[in-house]
Write a protein that binds this ligand. Sequence first.
Ligand code: ZN
Length: 324
Amino acid sequence: MSNTDTGLTPESCAAGSESLLALCRDFREGRMAHATLLTGEAGVGKKTLSHLLAKGLLCSGPEKDRPCGVCRECRRFDSRTHPDALFPAPAPREKTIKIDALRGMIDALSRHSLEGGRRVVVLDNAERMTPQAQNCLLKTLEEGAEDTYFLLTADAETALLPTVRSRCRCIRIAPWTEERIEKELLRRGVAPARARDLSRYCDGSLGRALQMEQDESYWAARDTVRRSFLSVFSLRDVASASALLKDQKDAGDRLLDILEQEIRDMLRGRQRPEGWENAAPRSLRRILDSILTARRQRYFNVGWAAVSDGLLQMISEEASTWQA
Ligand SMILES: [Zn+2]
């Protein structure tokens, strides 16, 4: 994502949240806390913001533009070659961050900064630290090395020991609103129709939206749902829709998820697909029930053809009531 990050600033990441804006203000005014913990669901932008702040702390560009993204410090931060930026992470093939992974950091912090300026410790997925590693980090935090900043991110605050949390400025990043995600996707050059779709289906996570954007199988599944389940307005339409779904057994769960989302959106009063303008809420709710039944059938190993045909037929019958 690096080239699409152009123009991304801590403030743009923090838009809409008072506590985050306060954090950015302190950053601009040189009053960053010694340790900051950003929490929030996967994909809300914790890591993006944390890395921007870390880079900004090292940046040698004009103060008001930090991180400038072009100075030597910024470039070295981006390529992970800045000697004063430390990134403790799990050892290869390990899921947890063990005490060993922190030793390099502790060793480095016991010396003077290599460049004579600030140092940053960027600890992503801090919840992966074992309790021993957390206690070790705690000791380092308590010692409070001068001009050293810790930037931690975790999915949930409670995943960290209370003693570690109490040493950090803890800020929770809320999921983004659909409008804000749509705007950000447009800014990154995503086509308007896709941006609108993604903002609805990414559960408030810009990270997830960007991932889905790249996933062509997702767009193929959306298209299949539109041409099958959402295009059966009479029994006559069922055969061609059924043929389209025949080979989609493995994508079955995803297709049902997308269909359910479409129906729920219609119930929420969103713009409806062609042919669905007059569908009554009662009818839509019956279709939701049938999707649930279809899921249950799949769980009990009923074949995909039978499950999808049953659903197609049910929808076509409902459709005949509003198409008449
Ligand atoms: Zn810079």
